[in-house]
Design a protein around this ligand. Structure first.
Ligand code: UFG
Length: 331
């Protein structure tokens, strides 16, 4: 059993992580400023409302608890917003992350697992993106993640802080028991938006472009279940605790699904019509983003449990029904 600090544990992926760690018998402390997260998504452990920018708070927390590791989920994630408000992204995703890392250094906490993103790669140069792919972000969101990865390499060398950066492709799905799921405000991601159109919470779904160089003309993405991402965090920590060097891994299923295929899957799984309208391309969307996750399989022993898109969509549908029928009563 370990005590782990989860920064951003009230958010979508962080809250699933807290749940999974508690289930594994670990001791969890969540730090979240609730700027985008929800208190009721933190299903157990200690909760502290506050910011990773608050050095005094961090000093108090690190003095009080002997953390074996820190998992960092507390970042802003909207690519489009990052283009028009880069200051917000560099302030939170980069500067505030430095604050968290510096507190770890001051208090001698050596293991860090970082939520990075496929967005660090920019326009893909290959069919599947492995770790050898050039890092060339095309928006401030991706740049902020790439910069933290650079900081982590330097902090390892200088301060012995060992880290694993996990580059998520398209995080999606929900806790299989329906207890947790995606609750972004505003929601910008394809699967929850398509499910909201299916449940009637939203009038329709706009497909951003049908003129890409893909078989059906819509963009292809690699959709990876949130619980599989959480599994990778635990494996990454075990890897670090085994004495391994700092590293970075791409996390996806290695299968690409087009926007139209996702819409068809949502219709089939829900039994509902997804009203669709065709819109223009969204700025900054590459035609195809698919992971080569062989390194995570080989090095961490990571194997996604919920690789089937039908399973991903059915878990997310259970959650959407909870939201759309008002059974969930939180803020
Ligand atoms: N899409 C639509 N209509 C919508 C929403 C999305 O057609 O209403 C399309 C997008 O154009 C894209 C695909 O569905 O082709 C997936 O879009 P998402 O917004 O769900 O996710 P992204 O692929 O844009 O993911 C990006 C980065 C990730 C990053 C994430 C952060 O690739 O690295 O945004 O939110 F983590």
């Amino acid at each position: 059993m370990m005590k782990i600090l989860i920064a951003g544990g009230a958010g979508y992926i962080g809250s699933h992580m807290v749940k999974q760690l508690l289930h594994g018998g670990h001791d969890v402390v969540t730090l979240d400023d609730l700027s985008t997260g929800y208190r009721d998504a933190v299903l157990g452990g200690m909760f502290i409302q506050g910011s990773i920018a608050d050095q005094e708070l961090l000093d108090r927390m690190f003095a009080e608890h002997r953390f074996a590791a820190v998992f960092h989920f507390a970042s802003f994630i909207q690519v489009g917003e990052s283009v028009v408000q880069p200051a917000r992204y560099y302030a939170n995703n980069l500067v505030n992350t430095l604050s968290l890392l510096d507190a770890m250094v001051r208090h001698g906490v050596k293991h860090f697992v970082f939520s990075s993103s496929a967005a660090i790669f920019g326009e893909p140069h290959s069919i599947r993106i492995d770790e050898g792919h050039p890092v060339a972000p095309i928006n401030p969101y991706g740049a902020s993640k790439a910069m933290v990865e650079q900081v982590l390499r330097d902090y390892d060398r200088a301060y012995g802080l060992r880290s694993v950066s996990l580059r998520y492709f398209n995080a999606c799905g929900a806790s299989p028991d329906g207890e947790l799921g995606e609750r972004h405000n505003p929601e910008t991601h394809l699967i929850p938006l398509a499910l909201q159109a299916a449940s009637g919470r939203r009038e329709n779904l706009t497909i951003y472009g049908r003129n890409y160089g893909t078989p059906d003309g819509t963009c292809i993405r690699d959709y990876i279940h949130v619980c599989d991402l959480c599994d990778a965090h635990i494996l990454a920590l075990e890897y670090l605790q085994g004495g391994a060097a700092s590293n970075a891994f791409n996390l996806g299923n290695g299968d690409g699904f087009s926007v139209q295929q996702v819409v068809d899957t949502v219709s089939r799984i829900t039994g509902e019509i997804v009203p669709v309208i065709d819109g223009p391309r969204r700025m900054g969307d590459p035609a195809r983003l698919v992971a080569d996750a062989k390194k995570a399989h080989d090095t961490l022993g990571w194997k996604p449990r919920y690789a089937d898109l039908d399973v991903i969509v059915s878990h997310a549908w259970t959650w959407e029904k909870r939201l759309s029928t008002g059974i969930w009563t939180g803020a």
